[in-house]
Design a protein around this ligand. Structure first.
Ligand code: BG6
Length: 485
C-alpha cells in the first residue's frame, strides 16, 4: 500500500472528525497501517495554530479511544503527521495555502466532513487551485442530495472536477464488519447460498433501531427525517447485500453492478400501495433504560409548534426479480426505540409437511445476522429434545458464530477504519457508485411522493418502545411478527 498519502480533512473541527475520523486514523496508525510517510492536514475556519489544533485532536481522541488502546508512542508518531490550515471553504484564494502544503507526486485524499451544500464549491476551488491531479481522490459523506434531482446536481458538479473512479461516497454501514461478512456468508458457503431464494425464504426483516434521539441535530433532522437519514442509504445497502446475485468476482465494479440491479428491481411503493406497505412514526416522551426522555417536539433546537417529520419508518418492500419474487422484505428503523439493535433476519419457510406434531413455538428456521451489538450470525435450528420420557420431540437450538470471540482480536475495527484503508488503497468496493445512489433516491422519491399524495401522517410512539402499533399491524396482517432481539 502506498504510504505517500496526503490526507486532507475538511471540517476537521466538527463532530464527525472528533468522534470518528481522528479515532479511526489513530487506530490505523496504532495497527501500523498508515504507512511511514502519510501526512494529515485538518482544515477548518477556526483561528487556531497547528499546535492548538494538535492539542484539541489529542483531547478528542482521549474521549473516544478506549484507555487500553492509548499508546503515547503511537500518539507522538500520529501527532507528527498532523498540520492545521485555517481555510474558509467559500474562499477560492484560501485553497492556494493547501496547494502549498501538498507535495507533488503524492496522492492527495480530500475528505469532506462538511455540509453537503459545500461539496460542489470545494471541488471547484480545489481544481482551480491546482490541487486535483489524475490520482487525487475525494471522499463524500452522506447525505448526497435530499432527492434524485439534488443528488444528481451534487454528483454532476463534483464530477466536473473528479473522475468517477476517484469519488468515494461513504455509507459507513458498508464499513461494518458484519456487512462484509454477509458476502462471505453468502458466497463462501454453498449450503447457505443454495437456500437463498423464494423457494426457501419466507421473508426477510432488516431492523436498525437506535435508543438515541436526534442528538442536538433538530434543524438538520427535521428537514430530512428517518427515510432519508437511514433507509435511503444504510437499510437499502443492507437489503442489496442480502439480495444481490453472486458477483463475478470481488472487484468493486462487479459488486456495485449487482447492487444497482437490486435497487432497480425494487417494486415501487406508490399511492396505490403506500397505506398497506408503509408506516411513519414520531416519538413522544417516554423512558429509555430507566431514564425519562423528551419527545421529538421537545428536543433541543425545536422551534416549531408542530412537525410531521418521521423518526420511525416501517416498510414492506418487494424485489421484482427471479430470485425474490413474492418474498417480502420488511424494513424498520427508528430513533428512541427500546434497544439499539441492527440486524438482518432471514426466516425460512416451513417444511411442506409436518411430521413432528409437538414442536414448540413456531416451526421456521431463522438466520439472524447481527451488526450491533455483538456482531455475529445465529442460526436457529430444531433438534431432538434430550429426554427418555419423550419419543421424538423437538426443541429450538441456536448455532452461534460470534465474530468477536472467534476473531482472536482484542477489538472489532470501527467502520471508518476499514473505509479509510480502502480509500488509501484506492479500492472502491465498499463505496457507493453514482448509479447506486441515484437508483436508491429514485425509489425513495416515489415513496415520499406517495406519502405526500396520501397525506400519510406520523403515528406517535412512546420513546423506549418498538415504534407505533401500526408497525406491528403491518406484520400481523401477514401473520408474521417482528423478530425481538
Ligand atoms: C447516521 C445517521 O448515518 O447513522 C444517524 O445520520 C444515525 O442519524 C447513524 O444515528 C447510525 O449509525 P450506527 O453506526 O450507530 O448504526
Amino acid at each position: 500500500m502506498s504510504s505517500n498519502i496526503d490526507l486532507v480533512i475538511f471540517g476537521a473541527r466538527g463532530d464527525l472528525s472528533e468522534r470518528k475520523l481522528f479515532p479511526a486514523l489513530y487506530q490505523l496508525d496504532r495497527a501500523g497501517l498508515l504507512g511511514d510517510s502519510a501526512r494529515i492536514a485538518g482544515l477548518a475556519r477556526e483561528e487556531i495554530s497547528s499546535k492548538e489544533f494538535i492539542a484539541k485532536v489529542q483531547q478528542g481522541l482521549q474521549k473516544v479511544v478506549p484507555a487500553g488502546d492509548w499508546d503515547d508512542a503511537v500518539w507522538r508518531r500520529f501527532s507528527r503527521r498532523l498540520s492545521y490550515l485555517k481555510v474558509n471553504f467559500a474562499q477560492k484564494n484560501d485553497f492556494l495555502m493547501l496547494k502549498e502544503w501538498l507535495v507533488e507526486k503524492r496522492t492527495a485524499i480530500y475528505y469532506l466532513a462538511t455540509p453537503p451544500s459545500l461539496y460542489g464549491s470545494i471541488s471547484k476551488h480545489l481544481d482551480a487551485a491546482g490541487c486535483v491531479d489524475k490520482q487525487a481522490r475525494i471522499v463524500l459523506e452522506k447525505p448526497i442530495g435530499k432527492d434524485l434531482k439534488s443528488s444528481r446536481e451534487v454528483n454532476a458538479t463534483v464530477g466536473e472536477h473528479f473522475d468517477e473512479r476517484n469519488i468515494y461516497r461513504i455509507d459507513h454501514y458498508l464499513g461494518k464488519e458484519t456487512v462484509q461478512n454477509l458476502l462471505a456468508l453468502r458466497f463462501a458457503n454453498r449450503m447457505i447460498n443454495s437456500q437463498w431464494d423464494n423457494t426457501c425464504v419466507d421473508h426477510v426483516q432488516i431492523t436498525a433501531a437506535e435508543t438515541v434521539g436526534i442528538e442536538g441535530r433538530w434543524s438538520y433532522y427535521d428537514n430530512v427525517g428517518q427515510l432519508r437519514d437511514m433507509i435511503q442509504n444504510h437499510l437499502l445497502k443492507l437489503l442489496c447485500m442480502v439480495a444481490m446475485e453472486p458477483p463475478n468476482s470481488l472487484q468493486a465494479d462487479e459488486i456495485r453492478a449487482e447492487k444497482v440491479k437490486i435497487l432497480r428491481a425494487l417494486s415501487p411503493i406508490n399511492s396505490e400501495n403506500v397505506l398497506e406497505q408503509s408506516v411513519r412514526g414520531q416519538y413522544s416522551a417516554g423512558w429509555i433504560a430507566g431514564e425519562p426522555v423528551v419527545g421529538y417536539m421537545e428536543e433541543e433546537g425545536s422551534q416549531q409548534n408542530s412537525s410531521d417529520t418521521e423518526t420511525f419508518v416501517a416498510l414492506k418492500a418487494y424485489i421484482d426479480n427471479w430470485r425474490w419474487a413474492g418474498v417480502p422484505f420488511y424494513l424498520r428503523t427508528g430513533k428512541r426505540m427500546q434497544d439499539k439493535v441492527t440486524e438482518v433476519v432471514i426466516t425460512y419457510k416451513e417444511n411442506p409437511h409436518a411430521i413432528f406434531p409437538d414442536k414448540e413455538g413456531d416451526a421456521q428456521n431463522r438466520l439472524v445476522i447481527r451488526l450491533q451489538p455483538n456482531e455475529g450470525i445465529e442460526l436457529e435450528m430444531f433438534s431432538k429434545k434430550q429426554s427418555l420420557k419423550e419419543r421424538l420431540s423437538l426443541e429450538k437450538r441456536t448455532l452461534n458464530l460470534d465474530f468477536f470471540d472467534s476473531s482472536g482480536e482484542s477489538r472489532i475495527a470501527d467502520a471508518y477504519e476499514r473505509l479509510f484503508l480502502e480509500v488509501i488503497k484506492g479500492d472502491q468496493w465498499l463505496f457507493v457508485s453514482r448509479d447506486e445512489i441515484e437508483a436508491s433516491w429514485r425509489w425513495c422519491d416515489r415513496l415520499l411522493d406517495a406519502w405526500a399524495d396520501k397525506k400519510v401522517a406520523t403515528k406517535a410512539y412512546s420513546a423506549g418502545t418498538w415504534g407505533p402499533s401500526k408497525a406491528d399491524m403491518l406484520m400481523e396482517r401477514d401473520r408474521r411478527s417482528w423478530h425481538e432481539a
